[in-house]
Design a protein. Structure first.
Length: 460
């Protein structure tokens, strides 16, 4: 019996010892966990951040806005470094200059990784970086401007040279990428444009490292253990990049003008009006997405639209129409990435509009152009209208001729039987002094047509 009690006591002691040991182990695990978690969090917080910004495709104002925004974000985040992964055949010089300036002003060090090519404007962007890293088979250069007139070549050559000097590279090599008249012995002959392979760039100081991959580029820069944040143009920027090119912007304005002119030939608001408005909206909205169009240019444009509509509905000397057109032109020009592109796109749209008007008149007839601005249907008693007394003198004017004493756009003043009367022109505008004929009298409205238009109708 005593032996059994002694065994029970021993078992109890063993159980208590095991429980104590388990408790101690769990306590140690909790303590270690509590000590490691803050260290892990602190390590994560103190781990450097590196931004990789992808520049892939044509250098446009939208691409420049994208790079500027991402460089600002990296600088605000206190990034350890910024690696620009560039693949481009070039693009606009002014956009490349904006990108270069943003890179130079960056507080975080900027390196460029050329995996395939950095041509033309891409070469200028690359030269602006503190470190250029290339892969075997990649190349940089071929930056002859278009047009290549002496003034343009001198300007671009100067920008390449000053950028190279700023980043400690031979400016003569940079200028040879632009100017065919520059010869460098053993590298490029006169009459040729310089394009450097990776090995040539390394030999002449235009490639600081040659690596096999972007990961290796991060290692040679000492950024391989950093937290990587990759930035690529999203769908909005890619759409804006497409819409802000010279060709597309001009096409949008031209299609918009054709569609809106065609809208004058249709009753109600039809498909041509929708297309016209959509093209104008795309023209302005792409600038907003890219970041260079300001609200005031859009406001001025729509103020111009309102003034033109007023001009079409009241008999004035033309001040509303002229002011409206000027306001619309100003809005279009200053909504573009630069004044030059705005003027270029506007001139193309105007030429297209001038060509389109006679085509539309030939297809639909001259009188239909302003048909919606003139009363087309008689207002009869059956329709609920009350006619004027038939004894009033205006009702006896049908078929009579007279002279326009003011410009009819479409309404104005005419002189018939030595009386100045309000009248509305049908068809095209009627200039002051032209002979007119009354073709319709409805209530107090007198509708007239010019002699020239009447003759054209009689001939047809």
């Amino acid at each position: 019996m005593k032996n059994i009690q002694r065994m029970n006591k021993n078992n109890s002691k063993q159980h208590r010892s095991r429980a104590t040991l388990i408790l101690i182990r769990m306590t140690l695990l909790v303590v270690v966990f509590l000590l490691l978690v803050p260290s892990f969090i602190l390590a994560q917080e103190t781990r450097p951040t590196v931004y990789i910004i992808s520049i892939d495709g044509e250098i446009t104002p939208a691409m420049a806005a994208f790079l500027e925004n991402k460089l600002d974000a990296a600088n605000e985040a206190g990034a350890e470094g910024i690696l620009i992964d560039i693949r481009t055949l070039g693009g606009r010089v002014d956009s490349a200059l904006d990108m270069r300036d943003a890179m130079i002003e960056s507080r975080s060090p900027v390196a460029v990784y050329i995996g395939t090519r950095a041509i033309s404007a891409g070469a200028l962007i690359s030269i602006a970086s503190e470190t250029i890293i290339m892969t075997p088979g990649s190349h940089i250069g071929s930056a002859q401007p278009i047009p290549d007139d002496p003034k343009t070549v001198a300007f671009v050559r100067g920008e390449f040279a000053t950028t190279a000097e700023r980043t400690g590279r031979d400016p003569q090599v940079a200028m040879a990428m632009v100017d065919i008249d520059i010869e460098i012995e053993g590298l490029v002959r006169e009459g040729e444009i310089l394009d450097l392979t990776a090995n040539q760039a390394s030999e002449f100081g235009y490639a600081d490292h040659i690596v096999e991959s972007r990961e290796e580029a991060l290692r040679v820069l000492g950024w391989d253990n950093a937290t990587i944040i990759e930035e690529e143009p999203d769908f909005r920027y890619r759409i804006a990049q497409f819409l802000t090119s010279y060709e597309v912007a001009s096409l949008l304005l031209s299609i918009g003008m054709i569609a809106l002119l065609a809208e004058f030939y249709t009753q109600g608001f039809g498909i041509s009006g929708i297309i016209g408005v959509a093209c104008i909206v795309l023209y302005f909205s792409s600038g907003f997405i890219a970041g260079y169009t300001e609200l005031w240019s859009v406001v001025i444009f729509f103020i111009g639209v309102v003034l033109v509509v007023i001009e079409l509905t009241i008999p004035e000397f033309g001040i509303f129409g002229i002011s409206g057109l000027i306001a619309m032109f100003i809005g279009i020009v200053f909504a573009a990435p630069d004044v030059r592109q705005g003027v270029f796109s506007l001139l193309i749209a105007i030429v297209v509009g001038i060509i389109t008007i006679p085509i539309l008149i030939k297809l639909f007839g001259k009188r239909k152009l302003f048909q919606r601005l003139v009363l087309a249907n008689a207002e009869t008693v059956d329709m609920g209208y009350v006619h004027r007394d038939v004894t009033l003198p205006e009702t006896n004017l049908l078929g009579k001729t007279g002279t326009a004493v003011s410009t009819l756009r479409p309404s104005g003043k005419v002189l018939i039987d030595d009386k100045r009367l309000d009248a509305i022109a049908e068809g095209s505008f009627i200039a002051s002094g032209e002979k007119v004929k009354v073709i319709q009298v409805v209530g107090s409205k007198i509708v007239v047509i010019s002699d020239d238009d009447q003759k054209e109708e009689d001939e047809t």
